[in-house]
Ligand binder design. Structure first.
Ligand code: COA
Length: 387
């Protein structure tokens, strides 16, 4: 297997992008990545596009062909593949591109992610998102995504003592990070009181415990490491691209307070990278709900089980803390266009490792990690990137 490097990145602004179509968004992100890597469209040999549910959000399928067509990449008839794993579609598109380059099948590959969610009403969006759960055994009997994560939150509070304030602090920290990110959907700073007094969504989760409904796209250019310097002076190397799966239904899981696929994917990633948890300088983790970030930092092995809440309240996961988590603002404040999130996480880590993250910069960041979850943990993808 060849080592792979990221040599170009692009990401649109995230939010309610009513003036931009699905096509506009992926073209914008793709062009930014190509221009960053100084490659022309003609040099691209393959494309992997993460997208969860254009069928339900836009009544459009056949996304691989659509992206290739409207990006002008049909001239060379390159292979263009849509990748789907619910909210982990972007992470999986990244891993698919990495495997294509590592294997020697292709040299210059784009991995992208795209979702346009705000063209439908809240009810339809909720229904589309519910298709990431088990439709027959969860969604049909009324379980929504906030509802499923609320059950995890209740169990975590009951078994491990996590408090309402600790959950809220995840959102406070991520809004603070998002306030420094020009791409973020929400750039307002909030307090614990803002979260605790916001409308109830699914007890104990409130509005500010939830990631929002978002439009956005992101893209990265991948090449073999030995060719990276042809494209950029600051290549970022892929040290690991790991994936794990688990039962799609929450009720079939071993535990409600851990996502086992996270632990397994992380173990695989650290083994592949030959690195220790303590060597990670910055991480983007899947905080679709505040409880999800607390479980992620525990299951990834950064903190002991049950310590996720207290360390968050103590500031250990904020910029300047022991291990800054979600410097982009995370899914909570930067936004969560489901198919694009996994690629946006990589874009943020590349900016951090290049030293280009502006006010959000983590001093001396050399190694970063991304963690992208599909559904309630049926799919997890973990990448480790290094300068
Ligand atoms: N955090 C903070 N503010 C939010 C927000 C969020 N997650 N979602 C919406 N808002 C704000 C809006 O900006 C709007 O503010 P305004 O009145 O000042 O303009 C207000 O809340 C109402 O917005 P609206 O779009 O009507 O909210 P909603 O009630 O339809 O939806 C949720 C709110 C939480 C239900 C929705 O964002 C949601 O379903 N989130 C979860 C998404 C999800 O499950 N993703 C997959 C995870 S795996």
């Amino acid at each position: 297997m060849r080592e792979v490097a990221i040599v170009g990145i692009g990401c649109t602004k995230f939010g309610e992008m009513w003036d931009k179509s699905f096509r506009d968004l992926f073209i914008e992100a793709g062009l930014m990545a190509l221009s960053d890597a100084e490659v022309s469209g003609a040099q691209i040999e393959a494309l992997y596009g993460g997208n969860m549910s254009a069928g339900m959000f836009l009544e459009q399928e056949h996304i691989g062909a659509l992206i290739a067509d409207y990006s002008g990449l049909t001239t060379n008839n390159i292979p263009s593949t849509r990748v789907e794993a619910a909210c982990a579609s972007g992470g999986l598109a990244l891993r698919s591109g990495i495997i294509a380059v590592a294997s020697g099948y292709h040299d210059v590959v784009i991995s992208a992610g795209i979702e346009k969610m705000t063209d439908v009403g809240a009810e339809k969006a909720m229904d589309a998102l519910a298709s990431a759960a088990d439709r027959e055994w969860e969604a049909e009997v009324g379980a929504t995504f906030p509802g499923l994560y609320a059950m995890m939150a209740r169990a975590h509070m009951h078994e491990l003592g996590t408090t309402r304030e600790q959950l809220a602090q995840v959102a406070v920290k991520n809004h603070y990070h998002g306030s420094m990110n020009p791409r973020a959907q929400f750039r307002n700073k909030i307090t614990i009181d803002t979260v605790i007094n916001s409308p109830l969504v699914a007890d104990p989760l409130r509005l500010f415990d939830c990631s929002p409904i978002t439009d956005g796209a992101a893209a990265v250019v991948l090449v073999p490491a030995e060719r990276a310097k042809e494209f950029t002076d600051t290549p970022i190397y892929v040290k690991a691209a790991a994936q794990a799966s688990d039962t799609i239904s929450l009720h079939d899981r071993r535990s409600l307070t851990s996502i086992d696929a996270t632990t397994i994917a992380a173990d695989r990633a650290f083994k592949m990278a030959r690195l220790q948890r303590s060597q990670i300088d910055v991480a983007e983790v899947h905080d679709c709900f505040t409880i999800a970030e607390i479980m992620a930092i525990e299951d990834l092995g950064f903190f002991e089980k049950g310590a996720g809440g207290p360390v968050t309240l103590a500031g250990d996961t904020a910029i300047g803390g022991k291990i800054p988590i979600n410097t982009s603002g995370g899914l909570k404040a930067c936004g969560h266009p489901v198919g694009a999130t996994g690629i946006k996480q990589a874009v943020e880590i590349v900016e951090q490792l290049r030293g280009d993250a502006g006010k959000r910069q983590v001093d001396g960041a050399e190694v970063g990690l991304t963690h992208n979850v599909g559904g309630t943990g049926g799919t997890v993808v973990v990448h480790i990137l290094a300068r």
